[in-house]
Write a protein that binds this ligand. Structure first.
Ligand code: TRP
Length: 335
């Protein structure tokens, strides 16, 4: 069976974009793939994190997976730092990654900002750790958003470099899985920007744990334009906010964009927004409530993560032993 690996950083504020762009699609994949869904806490600390917030957020992301329908009996759910193979493999792969490849990474340039000399080594080698995440399990498919495609390309390059350097055919080249069902959710304040956990305005996003009133208020306040809703997809040209709200509606209702455009053709935003708010509350309400319930009693979440870590390690450890052997590392002899 083909294997999927994907992950989300525990950096707070899981929102509608994480749900419609990632987690919801994972639920559909678990029937057809051996799925490993990680909470990538080692990636999170490439930028400063408050320890208590990191701990909470790690549990919250795990709770979101489970509440959204990722089944911990069928999938492996764990946090990255509990399986040592991630950091071990990252070192080996880092030794064969040319700086020139890393210097091309646009996310590093964005995150490091102007003071590049002040950025941490971890932020720079972030894509190597991501390659290790995937290759440690010899994952074949990686569902990621557009913004992670460059990192996945690099993971493929690193896998190829390892195979060539040692004359082996060990790592499969992981395929990006850009899902047709995944929705690129944009900010409610600016339809040209991605909905983001780091946007300073909470009105830009719908958090998975927002209560019904907050969801309705944010949608009511969402930016729009003065025209009524269009009667065709062409009518969405240069109307990014209208496009975003219609796409969110279609995704939440599990209907095509065309069907939703046809239903609301000529309608005013005010009426459409009320229907959108009702729909968003109907879909997210139960998930958010379950997340809160899980996070309030963290023992259950911690047990899921512990079981996931055992399962992940059972796959990772034999791979790492093979990789050590290939590279020429002696391993301690036990017993
Ligand atoms: N870098 C990814 C993001 O921010 C998260 C991530 C880390 C990941 N390791 C991964 C995604 C491995 C897919 C596979 O979205």
């Amino acid at each position: 069976m083909n294997r999927i690996f994907s992950g989300i950083q525990p950096t707070g504020n899981l929102h509608l974009g994480n749900y419609l762009g990632a987690i919801r699609n994972w639920v559909a994949l678990q029937a057809d793939y051996d799925c490993i869904f990680c909470i990538v806490d080692l990636h999170a600390i490439t930028q400063p994190q408050d320890p208590a917030a990191l701990r909470n957020s790690t549990r919250e992301v795990a709770a979101a997976y489970v509440a959204a329908g990722v089944d911990p009996d069928r999938c492996t759910i764990f946090n990255q730092s509990t399986v040592p193979g991630h950091t071990q493999l990252a070192w080996l792969l880092g030794c064969m990654t040319p700086l020139g490849w890393l210097n091309r990474m646009t996310q590093f340039k964005e995150k490091a900002g102007k003071q590049r000399d002040m950025a941490g080594l971890g932020l720079y080698s972030y894509p190597v750790l991501m390659a290790a995440d995937i290759l440690l399990y010899k994952a074949t498919h990686v569902p990621v958003g557009e913004d992670q495609k460059q990192h996945l390309e690099l993971a493929r390059d690193i896998a190829g470099a390892f195979n060539r350097a040692y004359g082996v055919d060990y790592f499969p080249l992981p395929e990006p899985q850009i899902l047709g069902t995944a929705t690129r959710v944009m900010s409610l304040r600016d339809g040209t920007k991605k909905m983001s956990k780091s946007d300073p305005s909470d009105y830009s996003r719908i958090n998975m744990t927002d209560d019904a009133e907050t969801v309705a208020l944010k949608i009511r306040r969402a930016k729009t334009d003065p025209l009524p809703l269009p009667d065709s997809a062409e009518g969405l040209a240069d109307r990014p906010e209208a496009e975003n709200l219609l796409d969110i509606y279609a995704a939440l209702a599990d209907r095509s964009r065309e069907a939703v455009i046809a239903e609301f053709a000529g309608a005013q935003f005010s009426g459409f927004k009320e229907k959108l708010a009702d729909l968003a509350v109907a879909v997210l309400g139960p998930i958010g409530a379950e997340m809160k319930r899980l996070v309030a009693a963290p023992d259950h979440v911690d047990a899921i993560l512990a079981r996931g870590a055992d399962r992940a390690n059972a796959v990772a450890a034999p791979h790492l032993a093979e990789i050590y052997e290939t590279v020429g590392m002696l391993r301690p002899q036990h017993g």
